[in-house]
Design a protein around this ligand. Structure first.
Ligand SMILES: Cc1ncc(C[n+]2csc(CCOP(=O)(O)OP(=O)(O)O)c2C)c(N)n1
Length: 622
């Protein structure tokens, strides 16, 4: 388990933006903090869980985490939830009504946009949610600001009874800097006060509160106008002035240190008078915002001329290298020719792939060998099954979509697909998050689908967080463990069509999948083996290849294990005249953990255990 955070203030700590937010949440006297993991926000709650005197939890999804935070806020406690950008889509049903009830105890929502899509299925601009939900948005530009703005957000939330959105991006979340910190302040909740007009959102009550929402917008506009978080830096080179927020501010300062800048820390509602003042002092205005053209559109609507996405890209980070040529164009300068590309270093291609011995490989190897199937996928490490060498997934949309999409294909298919079997793949954490409803929908609507539930006992993709199916809580302590077989049965799958299999046992896997796809109705195959990166995984003796026996057939390569490498290629002409490629292999026994998956398709029996004395020290766990 992670070390406990130092709580007495050493005054300066080296913190990532995520850790700085966590520190500020703790110092703000928050009692309840909830999240579902998602890059780049995951470490906020992981870090927070290491502080004392507050309840931190992994909720099953982002909507639930927001509801938990709201419930705590209703008692007057300070509350917090964190999520990645797509998580806010999931939580949005709560968000859009929570904005009407407002907050009682300070309520802050940290949302982290994956600008540049380092680990997400899409790129989204969460600033839309602030506008949509009439919520103030704060945007830090570094770790110190992440800390300070988080603290301010709780005060703002309580003063105006509004949830506050803290918009982070990957760069803020993960970059470390020194942060001056303080101590935890006591914050005792006043208690839940029954008030149906406020907390029971039936139409009559909600209608009465909506005008308050618009009034709050106006009040917050005034607050933003005078906020010290919105800084107008006059600069000396007045040819182009910049409007910017978040980490883009740092990029502007790096590229144009002498230019006037309006830095928006309180970025919504934004300060109109300060904007006018900036426009008046420079020849042209450039809005540097990641990623959509929100400010630009609103500034233009306010009658202030500006440039933005006419010269800047609408996706990815706006680094100094991106900004400089755009400003050259505004100034009528020919941008300098791009520097001659350095000869790229020859690097062996390393596409993302599953880990050596990943239990998901057994399932994907199986699927890759079965013809006439359509396989819907979902989000997790197992999304990599769409790639080489398995090419086993036909769809991937968003968390939990696999079963809805599978049912749609089942019900929508015509004669062309009539004889195809449909399978839906999902991971255990994703199943808990949003998958259960999809399965219930399949059983209720009599879908003809085989669900492959890949239970690796963790949330692998985001670094191995606990789930209700892992029997551990956020602190690594024992927690009630949901029984997936009983759960699946309760969702309407007949017991004889629920199987628990070991994904390392290929013959059993093949047989079970083949049998269940013949069945006309819903079935679930739970492939159970712990993720190789978690404590639950126990390695076996590694293997290597007897090169005298290897015939170069390449069957083992199709398993997809990165511990297998090709040592030599050749070609043979078969008696039929057909030319066949051969790939002779060996196994990196530093990486191999002895799962035995590659041994099973090896016809010449060339894969053998490493002799005991050759076992590398680092994989021998006690
Ligand atoms: C709405 C949403 N929330 C969070 C994430 C981040 N995320 C991606 S996959 C995943 C869960 C993966 O766990 P699991 O389903 O158990 O599969 P594994 O990675 O262990 O194979 C999470 C939390 C996301 N992409 N979308």
């Amino acid at each position: 388990m992670a070390a406990v955070m130092p709580t007495s203030a050493p005054s300066r700590l080296l913190l990532s933006g995520n850790e700085a937010v966590a520190r500020a949440v703790w110092e703000s006297g928050v009692r309840v903090a909830a999240a579902y993991p998602g890059t780049p926000a995951t470490e906020i709650i992981e870090s927070l869980a290491r502080y004392p005197d507050l309840h931190a939890e992994w909720s099953v999804n982002e909507k639930v985490s927001m509801e938990v935070a709201l419930g705590a806020s209703m008692t007057g406690a300070r509350a917090f939830c964190a999520m990645k950008h797509v998580g806010l889509n999931v939580a949005s049903d709560c968000l859009m009504t929570m904005t009407i009830t407002g907050a009682y105890g300070g309520l802050v929502i940290a949302v982290a946009d994956d600008v540049g899509m380092s680990s997400s299925q899409n790129e989204q601009d969460s600033r839309y949610w602030g506008r949509f939900a009439h919520l103030p948005i704060l945007e830090p530009a570094d770790s110190q600001e992440a800390y300070e703005m988080t603290k301010y957000a709780f005060a703002l939330s309580e003063q105006y009874e509004t949830p506050v959105l803290l918009r982070l991006t990957t760069r803020i979340c993960h970059v470390k800097a020194l942060v001056t910190v303080g101590e935890r302040e006591a914050h005792e909740p006043a208690g839940f006060v029954k008030n149906p007009q406020r907390w029971v959102m039936v139409p009559a009550h909600a209608k009465a509160r909506i005008p308050g929402l618009f009034q709050r917008d106006e009040v917050l506009r005034g607050v933003s106008e005078t906020s010290l978080l919105n800084i107008l830096e006059p600069g000396s080179d007045r040819r182009v002035g910049f409007v910017t927020s978040g980490p883009a501010y740092m990029h502007v300062k790096e590229a144009f240190p002498d230019a006037p800048v309006l830095k928006l820390g309180f970025s919504y509602p934004w300060p109109l008078e300060k904007m006018r003042a900036l426009a008046a002092m420079c020849d042209q205005l450039l809005v540097v915002e990641e990623t959509e053209l929100l400010l630009e559109t609103e500034i233009k609507a306010a009658g202030i001329a500006c440039h933005g996405k006419d010269v800047l890209p609408r996706m990815g980070e706006l680094s100094p290298q991106v900004l400089s040529p755009a400003v050259d164009r505004l100034l009528g300068k020919e941008p300098p020719p791009p520097a001659p590309a350095a000869t790229p270093m020859k690097v062996f291609p390393r596409p993302p792939t599953l880990c050596a011995s990943c239990p998901h490989m057994g399932m994907y190897y199986t699927l890759s060998q079965i013809k006439n199937i359509i396989v819907t996928g979902d989000i997790g490490c197992y999304t990599l099954g769409a790639g080489h060498p398995w090419n086993a997934l036909d769809t991937t949309i968003c968390m939990g979509a696999t079963m809805g999409v599978a049912l749609g294909i089942d019900k929508g298919r015509g004669t062309v697909d009539k004889n195809k079997r449909i399978l839906a793949v999902i991971g255990d954490s994703t199943f808990m998050h949003m998958g259960m409803q999809g399965l219930l929908n399949i059983t209720y609507n009599k879908g003809n689908i085989t669900v492959l539930l890949l239970d690796n006992n963790t949330t692998g993709m985001t670094g191995g967080q606990a789930t209700p199916a892992s029997g551990k809580d956020i602190h690594g302590k024992e927690a009630p463990r949901v029984d997936l077989v009983k759960l699946v049965e309760a969702l309407g799958v007949a017991n004889e069509h629920i199987h628990v299999v070991d994904p390392y046992e290929l013959p059993v896997l093949f047989k079970t999948v083949r049998e269940e796809i013949k069945f006309e109705g819903p079935s679930v195959i739970i492939a159970r083996r712990p993720c190789v990166l978690t404590d639950g995984f126990k390695p076996f003796r590694p293997y290597l290849v007897d090169e005298d026996k290897c015939t170069g057939c390449g069957n083992c390569i199709e398993v997809g294990c990165p511990a297998i490498h090709v040592t030599r290629r050749d070609k043979v002409i078969k008696p039929s005249g057909k030319e066949v490629d051969l790939a002779f292999v060996n196994i990196d026994n530093q990486a191999c953990t002895g799962c035995g998956l590659c041994v099973q398709p090896c016809a010449p029996d060339a894969i053998q255990h490493v002799a005991r004395h050759d076992i590398p020290i680092h994989i021998v766990k006690t």
